[in-house]
Design a protein around this ligand. Structure first.
Ligand code: FAD
Length: 435
């Protein structure tokens, strides 16, 4: 194998989505020499590249006035606000919508200020194992192959690519949640709010589908960041987001479906008569693929009953939200009885049988059902912060991840303003703007 570039570091974060951003910033702030590699030219993950520009799981889905995340996610929200990148009005009360362009800049700023070495345009493509450790990650760049040797690796690729290459145990459901191509439209007229428009869009899609004029669709759910524009979460595409052929097919189908849906909106809803596509996601949004098996696997009971754990590192707060891949269209039930905020244990981030590998975000250790809740972006960033914090503590002490006493991690997370319990959540009242 010809290696073009070689690097060493304490902590290597693979994937710069919301989870990777939290992990890299926390690790570097904790004093670890940290590298973040990301295949795209920006961070933010699918919140940016797939136009999923919304944080759920940041506020309690039972009580929208309460934040359940603190620390880095709250800082990101505050920084988005400072760049006028938060959409505060005319959106569902439980969501926090933002401008994806602002997210790119906030990520760059935070990574730079924390001292993270960022390598964009690197794709993690292989792992070298030595015993129970990841010795190196091999990534592909324009120079050829890079070999990066870290003490600790944090896999925040969403799909768990690095864990997969490392031979970690994983699960993949037989009916993976559907993928979607989000698209943002401009040229809307009128001053009707999101709720009315969403209902109109749903009526239009239901009617068109019944008449055989519409492709398979979900929702629609709308995201609004400024007047005259709207992002639609509406296409429904089938396949496995870790299969190149499925992804290629879904990308092309998604763009066809986007145009069909726009035509339905234009035809049936006066506000959309002059609407046009401003931009579609530069990659299809993938909801579910590999779930890596950790020291503990979160279950539906953890989410629905808020089971307590001895090692909480963040709170989750989203219903079990599984976009059905069985041919159903429209809105699927999930928000009727939202669970109380529930703790996520550290053990769900420690990859089973691999000493120096952690997972955060979409690929953390959870069953298909629990993943339907833990996968949201606010939760992803909070779990990333926990991984980065633990990795830095281990690096500083020169010990393994499992040798850092939980109380030390807990203390450090609390110092960073992380919310670990529901009692902690209620003490962080939810002024809608981040402080
Ligand atoms: C269509 C859709 C709609 C959704 N709607 C919502 C919503 O309304 N609210 C909500 O909160 N959540 C929503 N979600 C879920 C949520 O957005 C994601 O699960 C969450 O953002 C995942 O964050 P992450 O950091 O784990 O992964 P990602 O955001 O996927 O980030 C992974 C990063 O790793 C990079 N990467 C991947 N593989 C490699 C590799 N091998 N080498 C280098 N880099 C790599 C990617 O480019 C990406 O930047 C939605 C998801 C989808 C797909």
């Amino acid at each position: 194998m010809r290696i073009a570039e070689r690097r060493k570091c304490d902590v290597l974060v693979c994937g710069g989505g919301t989870a990777g951003l939290g992990a890299a910033v926390a690790a570097a702030r904790g004093g670890a020499r940290t590298i973040l590699l990301e295949r795209h030219g920006h961070c933010g993950g699918i919140c940016v590249s797939s136009l999923v520009h919304t944080f759920d799981g940041a506020r309690s889905c039972r009580d929208n006035s309460q934040f359940v995340v603190g620390g880095i996610p709250r800082e990101v929200i505050a920084r988005l606000d400072r760049l006028h990148g938060l959409a505060l009005d005319d959106n569902p009360p439980e969501t926090l919508n933002f401008d994806p362009e602002a997210m790119k800049r906030v990520s760059d700023h935070m990574l730079r200020e924390a001292g993270v070495t960022v390598y964009y345009h690197l794709f993690a493509a292989e792992v070298l194992r030595e015993g129970d450790r990841v010795a190196a990650v091999i990534a592909a760049g324009k120079e050829g192959l890079w070999e990066i040797r870290p003490a600790v690796v944090i896999d925040t690729t969403g799909d768990g690519d690095v864990s997969y290459f490392a031979g970690a145990q994983f699960e993949k459901h037989s009916l993976l949640q559907t993928m979607s191509q989000h698209f943002r439209m401009g040229g809307l007229t009128g001053d009707r709010g999101w709720e009315v428009l969403e209902q109109e869009c749903r009526r239009a899609m239901d009617k068109a589908y019944a008449e055989g004029r519409a492709p398979k669709y979900g929702g629609p759910w709308l995201i609004r960041i400024r007047p005259g524009e709207i992002t639609a979460n509406c296409t429904r595409l089938y396949g496995d987001g870790t299969k190149t052929e499925d992804l290629s097919r879904a990308e092309m189908q998604g763009r066809d479906d986007m145009v069909s849906i726009l035509e339905i909106f234009r035809h049936d809803i006066p506000d959309f008569r002059s609407a046009y596509v401003l931009v579609s996601g530069s990659e299809i949004g993938v909801r579910e693929t590999r779930r890596i098996v950790g020291d503990y696997q979160m279950t539906a009971a953890d989410v629905l009953e808020g089971r307590s754990h001895a090692d909480p590192i963040a709170l989750g707060s989203w219903p079990i939200d599984i976009h059905p891949a069985d041919g159903r269209v429209g809105v699927h039930p999930h928000k009727e009885d939202p669970p109380a905020p529930y703790p996520i244990p550290l053990r769900a981030l420690l990859v089973k049988d691999i000493a120096n590998l952690m997972v955060a975000g979409r690929c953390l250790s959870a069953t298909h059902e629990a993943h339907g809740s833990t996968r949201v972006s606010g939760t992803a960033m909070a779990t990333g912060e926990a991984c980065g914090t633990l990795a830095a503590l281990a690096a500083k002490r020169g010990v393994g991840l499992r040798e850092v006493p939980y109380v030390d991690l807990q203390q450090q997370l609390l110092t960073q303003g992380v919310i670990l319990t529901s009692a902690g959540a209620s003490s962080h009242n939810g002024a809608r703007r981040g402080s």
